[in-house]
Design a protein around this ligand. Structure first.
Ligand code: ADP
Ligand code: MG
Length: 238
C-alpha cells in the first residue's frame, strides 16, 4: 500500500507562491519522476508530501487518508536526499539502524532488517565502517539502506545521484530500479537527468514555476509533448 493523492496543493513562502495548485494521483507501486528547472518547486513538493513543510492549502492523502496533520515519522514515508545526511560518528550498521532504534524496535529485529538491507545493497563488507571511510556511492547506498529498513510505503528521492560521478550514477540508478522491483514500493524521484527520468519512470511529472505542465509515461511525453516547454525537457523537437 502506498498510493498518494495531491489535491490543489499550494505553498507560499512570504509573498512568493512556490506551488500553485498541484493535483496528482500516484498509484500503489508506481515509480513517478518529477522533472523541471531549478527553483520550480520540486523539493518543496516532496517536503510537503513528507510533512517537512505544511501546504498553505490543499490536501495530501496517503492510501486515501488525509495526512495534513500527521507527523512526518508517522506517514510511512522515507526520504533520501542528495546530501547523504549520515552521522559521521556512527558505523554503517548503526546509521542504518538508528531510525528503528529510536522507534523502540528490538535489537534482534534491527539486526535482521539491517542485515537484509545491507545484502540488497551489497553493503555487507562495510557494516563496521564509518561514513568517512566510504566512497560517495557507498554513502548514498547507506542512506538508501536507512530508508529501506523502515519498510516505508512510499520512498521520496530528491536528486539522490547528483553528487555521484557518471559511472556510479549508472550503477546506483540500476540498483534503485532493482529495489523498486523487489520491494514493490511506491517511489517518487526528483531528477534533472533525462536518462534517469526516461529509464526509471512509469510516469513523469513535468513541473514549471509551481505548476504541472504534463503528466504521462516517458513514451507519451517523448512522442506527444503538450507544449514546447515539455518538448524542451524530454520530448522530441516540435
Ligand atoms: P527545486 O527543488 O525545484 O529546485 P525548491 O522547491 O527548492 O525548487 O524551491 C522553489 C522555490 O521556493 C525557490 O524559489 C526557493 O528559493 C523557494 N524556497 C524553498 N524553500 C524555501 C524556504 N524555506 N523559504 C523561502 N523560500 C523557499
Ligand atoms: Mg530541489
Amino acid at each position: 500500500m502506498g498510493s498518494l493523492q495531491l489535491k490543489s496543493i499550494r505553498k507560499t513562502f512570504g509573498s512568493h507562491e512556490v506551488l500553485k495548485g498541484i493535483d496528482l494521483e500516484v498509484k500503489d507501486g508506481e515509480f513517478v519522476i518529477f522533472v523541471g528547472p531549478s527553483g520550480c518547486g520540486k523539493s518543496t513538493l516532496l517536503r510537503t508530501i513528507a510533512g517537512l513543510e505544511d501546504a498553505t492549502s490543499g490536501s495530501v492523502q496517503i492510501d486515501g487518508v488525509e495526512v495534513g496533520h500527521v507527523a512526518p515519522a508517522k506517514r510511512g514515508i522515507a526520504m533520501v536526499f542528495q546530501s547523504y545526511a549520515l552521522y559521521p560518528h556512527l558505523t554503517v550498521k548503526d546509521n542504518m539502524g538508528l531510525g528503528l532504534k529510536q522507534a523502540g524496535v528490538a535489537k534482534a529485529e534491527i539486526e535482521e532488517k539491517v542485515g537484509k538491507a545491507a545484502g540488497m545493497l551489497s553493503l555487507d563488507p562495510y557494516l563496521a565502517r564509518r561514513p568517512a571511510e566510504l566512497s560517495g556511492g557507498q554513502r548514498q547506498r547507506v542512506a538508501i539502506g536507512r530508508a529501506i529498513v523502515r519498510e516505508p510505503k512510499l520512498f521520496l528521492f530528491d536528486e539522490p545521484l547528483s553528487n555521484l560521478d557518471a559511472a556510479l550514477r549508472v550503477n546506483t540508478r540500476l540498483e534503485i530500479a532493482r529495489l523498486h522491483r523487489s520491494l514493490k514500493a511506491t517511489m517518487i524521484y526528483v531528477t534533472h537527468d533525462q536518462v534517469e527520468a526516461m529509464t526509471l519512470a512509469d510516469k513523469i511529472v513535468v513541473l514549471n514555476a509551481g505548476q504541472i505542465e504534463q503528466v504521462g509515461s516517458p513514451m507519451e511525453l517523448y512522442n506527444h509533448p503538450a507544449n514546447a516547454f515539455v518538448a524542451g525537457f524530454i520530448g522530441s523537437p516540435q
